[in-house]
Design a protein around this ligand. Structure first.
Ligand SMILES: *Cc1c(COP(=O)(O)O)cnc(C)c1O
Length: 453
């Protein structure tokens, strides 16, 4: 049966059958979900033709705009050739070529690609691989993971256990494995006059102490390099990663870099680890991997880790993890088309100018009486609203100030999705100057409105 779609009808049908992610569904009694009919570039359009600037890249996945012609073309071709094939015992060109290219462009020690189909799964793979590596080495006492306060690594139980955002984690605590949590290098905590580097270096002491005390029972340290995105876009200095790499080597512990959100140019370099000049033992990628088109993820490992699983079958050392859609050809093809755009358009260089424009458009935000900090790492810019600027006292969370800014920006035609009271921009890389100004205007007005009593 054909339904004539309109904003109203789609909202109603949606509320009859859907359960939305990360949503208190009762909120939709007053604010229904926004029905989107089509997308183009940074724009999303509803059934009345109202447009929304996607300032958060649809949960950080989109890199080169919606309905991107190059990615579309690559997918149409792939779809008519091979949509999917089992990756156990079989292989295909997109999976091989993508792995070759990822090995080439990621930090040098990473030589192997294990595919999965979303970010959380890539994290689960990394955790299992690390534990299993030590087990294969005869070190069965290594069963724990070290994680940073305020970190986020996904929502499945293993990934949730190594994260530390209470809002997502607390409810499920009884179901989660026990982890060792150490101070975050978050530079929002820096002392007056302290540099980012000095702050992150000072906060490393807790990590070092924990490694000294627990290395014998620890498989790996897992971190989000440079930006704790879901943890309110808190940022830190690359020096922390350098110190961590050295310490992990010293204490015989793996370093897992979760670049699911920060990979593919978000922090100003293709991968955030580059800014510290380090190579992790395991690296998780997803989100921007397919340019925001299809769910695909990859966990890259060093040759050393790979070799610890490589043996006669009878020795039972193989990594027997799988997902039905592992290495899906359409996802891999979208990823290849995305990498082609990075190369063809010298995106990393072009983004430097975009990042400067975002900084320029928000230069006055820091003076707002309820803005504690405007912080930026590459193509991620965040604005933290507080009740009291001098003491950095937050607004009571129940007041949902960020939500007020969200609703205002929506009316203005800009999709922001504040994390609590932190408004941030993480736009597709095809945004232009005028659109940056529009995005900043909507945020500024949203802040005025949200912080008024
Ligand atoms: C989004 C995210 C994940 C989880 O990815 P999903 O595809 O949503 O499961 C893991 N780690 C980080 C750092 C993320 O931002």
């Amino acid at each position: 049966m054909a339904h004539d779609a309109s904003n109203q009808s789609l909202m109603q049908r949606d509320l009859g059958v859907l359960w939305h992610p990360c949503t208190q569904m009762k909120d939709h009694e007053t604010v229904p979900p926004v029905p989107i009919r089509r997308g183009e570039g940074v724009w999303l359009e509803d059934f009345d033709g109202k447009r929304y600037l996607d300032a958060i890249s649809s949960w950080w996945v989109n890199l080169f705009g919606h309905a991107n012609l190059d990615i579309n073309r690559a997918l149409v071709e792939q779809m008519s050739t091979l949509e999917h094939v089992i990756l156990a015992g079989f292989t295909h060109e997109p999976a091989v070529e993508l792995a070759e290219r990822l090995v080439r462009i990621t930090p040098p020690a990473l030589t192997r690609c294990f595919y999965a189909d979303n970010g959380s799964s890539a994290v689960e793979v990394a955790l299992k691989m690390s534990y299993h590596y030590w087990r294969n080495q005869g070190q069965k006492g290594k069963t724990r993971f070290i994680t940073l306060a305020n970190s986020y690594h996904g929502e499945t139980l293993g990934a949730l256990a190594v994260g530390n955002v209470p809002l997502y984690k607390e409810t499920y605590e009884p179901l989660l494995m026990d982890t060792l949590s150490v101070a975050s290098p978050d530079c929002y905590q820096r002392e007056p006059g302290e540099s980012w580097a000095a702050c992150s270096r000072r906060l490393f002491a807790d990590m070092r102490r924990t490694l000294e005390r627990h290395a014998g029972e620890v498989c790996a340290v897992i971190v989000e390099p440079l930006v704790q995105c879901a943890g309110n876009m808190r940022m830190y200095d690359p020096v922390y990663l350098r110190l961590l790499r050295e310490a992990c080597d010293e204490f015989g512990v793996h370093l897992i870099a979760d670049e699911i959100a920060v990979g593919f140019g978000r922090t100003g370099t293709l991968f955030a680890c580059e800014q510290a000049g380090i190579s992790p033992d395991l690296m998780c990628l997803s989100k921007g991997l397919t340019g925001g088109y299809l769910p695909l993820s990859v966990t890259l490992s060093t040759e050393n880790i790979y070799q610890a699983f490589y043996d006669d079958y009878q020795n039972l050392t193989a990594f027997l993890h799988s997902h039905s859609y592992t290495g899906n050809p359409l996802g891999c093809r979208a990823a290849l088309a995305t990498l082609d755009i990075f190369q063809r358009d010298d995106v990393i260089t072009a983004n430097k100018a975009l990042a400067r424009r975002m900084a320029g458009a928000t230069a006055h935000f820091g003076e707002h009486p309820h803005v504690a900090e405007v912080r930026q790492t590459g193509m991620i810019l965040a604005i933290e609203m507080v009740r009291d600027k001098a003491s950095r006292t937050p607004f009571p969370w129940q007041e949902r100030r960020g939500r007020r800014a969200y609703l205002h920006a929506l009316r203005k035609g800009v999709l922001l999705r504040p994390l609590g009271d932190v408004i941030y921009f993480m736009p597709p890389y095809v945004i232009n100057e005028e659109e940056i100004l529009l995005m900043a205007d909507a945020a500024w007005e949203g802040i005025q409105l949200a912080t008024r009593d």
